[in-house]
Design a protein around this ligand. Structure first.
Ligand code: HEM
Length: 309
């Protein structure tokens, strides 16, 4: 199958990322359609200009906004499984804060990511208003701000595509991807009062050398225990995480981003973390961080953009 997905969907981790959420001004749907079509040309030109810097972009449409898209061609105007963000209340609150569009831009140079953002927003500017922009950075050797390496168990190589890209089960939206985004604010003072052993037990991994605990030693409340799920046939449920740290010394945390060929895997993981198992084991990592946003998007294929009118 020829590559028809947006390059940022499965690109390797970079040192810099910018997540910008936008709302479309009412009545600007037609102008938006033309501007969105142009965005892909802007991205390609920028990638050619800065080749070698891993400049990648994903532009995605919010779950609530799909129904306002009058310009989408094809029989099915909506990705088959696209639903609102799963708002959950349990051991932690997971709010739903819908936005119409997402720009997920990244590279190994902050100036380049920034410049692409400026160019894309210049194209979209008449039609949108910014909801939030979150500038992310690689922390040490790809660690979360809690000090643990993040992304180790992510799918690798070509397997990333199998996990993240829609296949022929929804042919019109093939090579698109379901995205879930959450901005978490960490309580680092609280976290740093834990002993090393308590921190490691919370993840079910060692901190410095990033080694997974043996299964028998993992608590049922460990983050990696609650997030590791299997289907009825024993296959692992997988997502591709492009999460990165963000923030200042006043407020900091993780911009969590999940890409998947189905939104169900993320939803089941989040439920397992927040609602827990039948015996009330919930994810203790959530005692040290709070989700302040939650959005569900779909990133369509490059073909979808080229067909816009
Ligand atoms: C694993 C951090 C939220 C799903 C991990 C790991 C870290 C981490 C450090 C271990 C290394 C790795 O495999 O990447 C965090 C932080 C979060 C967060 C700081 C929020 C503040 C979430 C959410 C989900 C999730 C919301 C999904 C709903 C996973 C999965 C794994 C993982 C699937 C791999 C588990 C395994 O197979 O061992 N996370 N995570 N995480 N996380 Fe999270």
């Amino acid at each position: 199958m020829p590559a028809n997905y947006q390059s940022g969907t499965v690109a390797d981790a970079t040192s810099d990322a910018l997540f910008i959420t936008l709302n479309v001004k009412p009545g600007y749907e037609h102008q938006l359609s033309q501007a969105l079509k142009q965005t892909q040309k802007i991205i390609v030109t920028s990638q050619q200009k800065f080749s070698g810097q891993s400049l990648h972009a994903v532009i995605a449409i919010g779950s609530e906004y799909w129904d306002r898209l009058s310009f989408s061609e094809g029989n099915s105007s909506r990705p088959a499984l696209l639903t609102s963000f799963p708002q959950l209340h349990g051991a932690a609150n997971m709010p739903s804060t819908p936005a119409d569009l997402l720009l997920h831009l990244r590279s190994n140079r902050r100036d380049i990511t920034f410049q692409l953002a400026r160019e894309l927003l210049a194209e979209l500017s008449d039609t949108v208003e910014i909801v939030e922009e979150v500038s992310c950075f690689r922390y040490l050797d790809a660690r979360d701000l809690t000090g643990f390496v993040d992304g180790t168990e992510n799918p690798q190589g070509d397997h990333k595509k199998e996990v993240a890209l829609v296949g022929e089960e929804d042919a019109f939206f093939a090579q698109g991807s379901y995205i879930h985004l959450q901005r978490y604010v960490h309580d680092l003072n609280h976290w740093e009062r834990l002993s090393l052993k308590e921190q490691e037990d919370t993840y079910g991994r060692t901190k410095l050398d990033n080694i997974e605990y043996p299964s028998a030693e993992k608590s049922l409340t460990a983050h990696t225990k609650r997030a590791s799920l299997k289907d009825s046939e024993g296959n692992s449920l997988e997502i591709l995480r492009h999460s990165m740290p963000y923030g200042s010394v006043s407020e900091a945390g993780l911009l969590f981003a999940s890409y998947c060929r189905t939104p169900e895997n993320f939803t089941l993981m989040l439920k397992s973390m927040v609602e827990g198992d039948a015996h009330g084991h919930t994810d203790h990592l959530m005692q040290f961080t709070s989700a302040v946003t939650g959005q569900s998007f779909f990133a369509p294929s490059l073909d979808w953009f080229s067909k816009l009118k």
